[in-house]
Write a protein that binds this ligand. Sequence first.
Ligand code: AHG
Ligand code: MN
Ligand code: MN
Ligand code: MN
Length: 336
Amino acid sequence: MAINRATLRQFLLQEYRTHGVEKDLVFLLEDIATACREISTLIRNGSFLETLGTAGSTNVQGEAQKKLDVIANEQFESHIRNCSRVAALVSEEVDEVTWLKDTAKAGDYIVYFDPLDGSSNLNVNLSVGSIFSIMQLPEDAVAGDVNTVLRDGSFQICSGYSIFGPATTLVLTLGHGVHEFTNHLATGEFRIVSRNMTIPEDCNEFAINASRFADWDAPVRNYIEDCIAGQNGPRGKSFNMRWTASMVVDIHRILTRGGVFLYPVDARNRAEGGKLRLMYEANPIAFLVEQAGGSASTGTARILDIQPESPHQRASVILGSRNEVLRIEEHYRQED
Ligand code: AHG
Ligand code: MN
Ligand code: MN
Ligand code: MN
């Protein structure tokens, strides 16, 4: 019975009582959840609203923006603006940092987000999602100074994602485990469906865009070759492969049944430092994965320890089941 399941608000109020989560953060997360419900509806009605297809513009990473990339960004921004404690926004779809305050106050929030992840899936009716991360301004913050938002991922106080698939789900962490909510259509509420999601330490499933095989560095090639060698290979077991082209959907599968996800730096993306963006893709997902008992690495370093140098910088991303990530790191050490 859905009615017996705690709503997101009830869950957040419990976090407020138990862990001292700030009330403003509770309100902010409710606004983000509302933005996600709106985006979900806009995607489902995309054919009728004529919001599928490209916007005719390009974002700072040189990607052709989809109309829904732009619309989802507007939804995030307008709902987040309800919270007077938010000082700055960093979005995949906006070149510069958006400052909502003229003066910086320590403790105010910075929200980093990928308004639509996997947007190439939109026109083929496959799942997509949104990713967000929240940090707080440090003592010496200067409003308008880009350096103020360049904090490493260990400063995140919250991160999460929503998936617009067969069901609309919201998964988040406030630093005390990872919890999953599903939008219950009858009441319109996100209701908890899974507490303390845990990634199994071992797995036999990997996610990588194998069309880049020729570009991979030796550690990745060696690891994947070991996996696909099957029962008679060095791993002594068979592996399965999945790739959805939406990171957040691959990660949801890993949080649900284990596995490892790789979008490593390779010969084709080395000049940019990888494909996925650190502040609003790699960091929030790394925080969730670590909270669920998994590991998140570049291959040679912990993702949450990377000191960012620009808001849209990229990172090599290898994360999921702990023992599998350790094994890949071992391949990197051997190739050193
Ligand atoms: P976005 O749609 O936000 O630009 O992100 C797409 C990312 C990520 O979600 C996915 O894992 C990856 O790009 C897919 O890349 P390929 O096109 O190489 O499969
Ligand atoms: Mn994009
Ligand atoms: Mn993305
Ligand atoms: Mn995106």
